[in-house]
Design a protein around this ligand. Structure first.
Ligand code: ADP
Ligand code: MG
Length: 272
């Protein structure tokens, strides 16, 4: 049974283009661009502004986020732009997403949601990249929960195939829950065969900090370290989010809903 039978996924809907800087001006190119351009899909307003806000917050709380920004078009629409992390002056950096890394065939459009769990991805990351990198992936999952990024699926996690293999910088992170109220809170289930304890017991669709700690432990990460990372991330997010949301390019009504969502999630994450 696919996890995402209802609601929507922004992925696939969004048209993307690439840009290159030529003689100090931005030019659209078919391939080998330096920047990726993502306008808001017609049906979902302010996705570009939302992604910009969320990625900026993500950088401020300490994550590896490529340089990104918003460009205002002549008609007033804003588009999100982000520097490609898989291109350097030296050439290409090879990457693969978590689905490829797990050896899963992209059989149906739901495969990226239902063919593996976060525990599988975390265990693979630890085996491939070590505990420190796996802990950073756990942080990203916690962050996704805190900001309502309910689309953190297997194709929104990538690895850079260098020695040592490492996690690619963050991408495609936004408060997608704002468009999808009442939907699933996280894109993947936590474990292949069960849900974590708090989520399973409470039945309110929410995860607690203790659920993320349970996830960390399942991949062999230390409980104490996981707890303190979650606490630190919650504190940083609580501190930085209000000003950034206020000064963002979202309309006031969405700013209010974004802040309410973050405050609510902070309450759940502190249950440890
Ligand atoms: N900054 C980036 N640098 C390099 N590759 C990227 C970057 N951002 C996204 N990608 C790649 O492009 C794919 C699509 O981009 P994404 O932001 O996930 O758009 P969508 O909303 O359509 O899923 C990603 O799965 C990833 O492989
Ligand atoms: Mg994506």
């Amino acid at each position: 049974m696919p996890r995402k039978t209802q609601g929507f996924s922004i992925s696939g809907v969004q048209i993307k283009a690439q840009l290159k800087v030529c003689d100090g001006r931005l030019a659209l190119v078919d391939h080998d661009g330096e920047l990726i351009l993502k306008p808001s899909p017609e049906a979902f307003e302010y996705v570009a502004e939302n992604e910009h806000l969320t990625m900026t917050l993500m950088r401020q709380v300490g994550f590896d986020v490529p340089p990104c920004g918003l460009i205002t078009l002549q008609d007033g629409h804003r588009v999100f732009v982000i520097r490609r992390y898989d291109r350097t002056s030296g050439g290409k950096r090879h990457q693969e997403d978590a689905m490829q890394a797990l050896g899963i065939h992209n059989a149906t459009s739901g495969s990226k949601y239902d063919s593996a769990s976060y525990a599988d991805v975390l265990a693979l990351t630890k085996a491939r990249c070590g505990s420190a990198v796996a802990a950073r992936l756990l942080d990203r999952l916690v962050f996704s929960y805190l900001v309502g990024n309910d689309d953190h699926h297997l194709k929104n996690i990538s690895f850079i195939l260098e020695r040592p293999v490492t996690l690619a910088p963050a991408y495609d992170t936004l408060a997608s829950s704002l468009y999808n109220q009442g939907g699933q809170v996280m894109a993947l289930r936590f474990f292949p065969d069960r849900e974590p304890a708090y989520f399973a017991e409470m039945g309110n669709g929410h995860y607690s900090g203790s659920d993320f700690v349970e996830l960390a432990k399942s991949a062999g990460l230390a409980e104490k370290a996981a707890k303190s990372r979650i606490e630190r991330l919650a504190l940083q997010t609580e501190k930085r989010a209000p000003d950034l949301i206020r000064s963002s390019y979202l309309p006031d009504e969405m700013k209010g809903r974004y802040q309410t969502l973050v405050s609510e999630r902070l309450g759940f994450i502190r249950v440890m």
